[in-house]
Design a protein around this ligand. Sequence first.
Ligand SMILES: C[S@@+](CC[C@H](N)C(=O)[O-])C[C@H]1O[C@@H](n2cnc3c(N)ncnc32)[C@H](O)[C@@H]1O
Length: 286
Amino acid sequence: MSIKKTNTRLEKKTSKKAIPGKKVKLSRDEKYRLYLGSVQNPEADIQFINKEYKAIFGKTPKSLREDFCGTGLLACEWVQQDKTRTAFGIDLDMEPLSYGVVNHYSELTEEEQSRMKYINGNVMSAYDFKTDVVVAFNFSYYLFKKRSELLQYFTSVRKHMKKDSLFLIDMFGGTETRQELEESVKHKNHTYYWDCSSYNPLTSECMYYIHFKTHSDGIKHEKVFKYDWRMWDAQELRDIMTDAGFSKTVIYWEGVDKDGTGNGKFRSATKAENCESWVTYICALP
Ligand SMILES: C[S@@+](CC[C@H](N)C(=O)[O-])C[C@H]1O[C@@H](n2cnc3c(N)ncnc32)[C@H](O)[C@@H]1O
């Protein structure tokens, strides 16, 4: 799981320093509760998906495939919002999936549950269904470090699309994201830390961690989530999508408020300011 996803750019709070904490292991539920309370914004993602799909195809999307779905929060929210929608959430790891079943899926009505399916599987595998939208959010595909692996993944996604399907990924970058730096965001009951522990400029490989501090006991839980990733560039990603057979790719850029922070409104762009930290989307058409 990954970087905080907000409608605004990340705020740098502290430089890298260790805050001592007792070693106390968080339970599965505590760990995902803290994560979900820090990083996900499914409503904003769904709004963006609907807006872009409608702008391109002139209709609303009904079916969603959420790759690297983790707890499947987005897929559950998708079916809950509209009774004509269906969703599939795919993830290799039973730990987040089981949290999702107990905490998100169980909150759905029986009818909503009939339209949502968790798949404990690999995003590279062949599936017998195609959807209007495929998403890979929270930068999960950064785990593919080789161009050939990413090409294989994009090619597989492309094979699971119809002529009116859309593939959407998010990405992050900026001058600060390739530095050893720890950022923090304070929430009501906990503080979230996004820690770039190392970056290799020769390979673009990086190691990121998420830590949490629980305010009730003051303990900083270190390395609750670990991300061994490669940083990808926007143009590189679009080139690989083209090689995977996508006919068109669009990259977006977030508008800014008067104070210079992101306003949550993403528009297609070809040129952008080289800011310290940014999050955006790329969409690809079959
Ligand atoms: C960064 S987390 C993102 C989870 C979720 N999208 C979110 O926003 O919270 C990445 C997830 O990808 C899953 N994953 C890694 N490789 C995968 C693969 N080849 N196929 C399916 N899931 C995979 C991991 O188990 C993990 O849950």
